[in-house]
Design a protein around this ligand. Sequence first.
Ligand code: HEM
Length: 498
Amino acid sequence: MASESVTIFLLCTIVIMVVKILMSFSKKKIYKFPPGPTPLPIIGNMHLLDIKRQDLTLMELAKKYGPIFTFHFGSAKGVVFVGYEANKEALVKAHYTFGDRAPIPISDNFQQNHGVIFSNGELWKVTRRFTLSILRDLGMGKRPIEARIIEELQFLCAAIQAYNGKPFDKKVLYLAAPNISFAMLFGRRFDYDNPTFQRMITIMDEIVINTGTVAAKYYNFFPMLKYFLKEPAFVMDRINQLNEILKVLFKEAKEVKSEDSFRTYTEAFFQKEEREIVADEKEKIFTERNLLASTFDVMLGGTETTSTTIQWCILFMMKYPHIQKKAQDEIESVIGLERPPRWDDQTVLPYCLAVAHESQRCANLFQYFPHLTPADVHFKDYFVPKGTLMIPLFSSVLNDETQWETPNQFNPNHFLDADGKFVKKDAFYPFSKGRRVCAGESLARMELFLFITGLLQKFTFTPPPGVSTDDLDITPEVVFTMRTKSYKVCATPRQEAV
Ligand code: HEM
């Protein structure tokens, strides 16, 4: 009798288990990833990846697996989009489905889902909308900020002039753009030798370098490496130092606050903070934590990118003197050498505008910025789950040979038609596209055109004595961005032809 009960119990258990297994199978979604190299345990396909020039490895793999393929970054399964068509498909046509930010541990450690660049969900949506609307109200891409950029250009020219044609370090070219971000954030500029300014630039530089070392790049895919690497703690320490400086600047900004209107990003943020009413404290978005993170995004996002592009442009101008001369001739014949350039001049200075764009294309500042699928996604014949890493390879669009006549050459004609008129290019992707498109694009475009044109109006840039144009190295130094190698440059003041 007892053995019969045991048999019945066992049979029932087996039947229940079989039913459960069958039910789980029927519920299980059958995902279909694009083809890709076979992964190894734990490391996935990382053994195939040149960690510094991931773009070059991924473009090479696309020749074998096609423009959309699967790559295992350690245990994270990613879909890589290579070339103009594939990226248009993902970032423009299906931008929502690929629009979350992927985890980037080296930055997530300090941003912790705050700010705009590294956040997701409601906080990202509200903070991005707020940031865009305030930057627009403050004149991003419009007249008020244009005047600020032109004023800053004069300071930069004076700093260069002080070298009297002697060689100076490319670092000098970094100094102007931060002051445009500070104008927006705090309503002020800093003299270039101001110790607080110098300290902030040094800290930002250390962060850009240490978030982009080989170790930091591996850490982003294998976060358990945290305990063996110096970078995570070092970056956190510099963020803490920067935050202490920012808190003092916030305090100063608060003291000069006006009642009904705001003058700066910081002030607008404080007003929101005061008015935010939520049932649960935890739902608050306009907190000091988020102000620090958002300020960091606007500061670093707006500084490293623009300044590095200016450094690239001046390097290209030294390397290709005939292109520099052509831009200078255009400036001289259209606006002369005295009146500073204005934003409206883009229409009458198409060659200079093309030089600014081509500098951005060749600078190729970000190989990619990783995204994540916020939900299960169907695209083409594929079906990938929520949380899949998505890699829009900007480098591959900026170098796509179906879109650019001479992708590997610095050639401003890429942006000019047969009559020398400026033409917009759909494959111009340095700011990305779609839902996560750069929030400072219009500001950056204005800064680049005015700074580059203004510098070429006032100076001719040449390599230091003893350095030939052939010696100038235009291969990038890969950190968090793709910087130029360090260089020195001579600037000779230009004079009106008589
Ligand atoms: C040459 C200049 C610049 C370049 C090449 C550049 C490029 C980029 C790229 C590639 C992204 C990532 C887009 C993506 O995830 O798909 C981005 C995001 C962002 N950029 Fe820029 N940027 C520049 C200037 C600026 C400036 C001046 C600001 C500040 C006002 C700024 C603020 C931001 C912010 C806040 C984001 C995050 C957008 C989001 O995730 O929703 N950037 N930028």
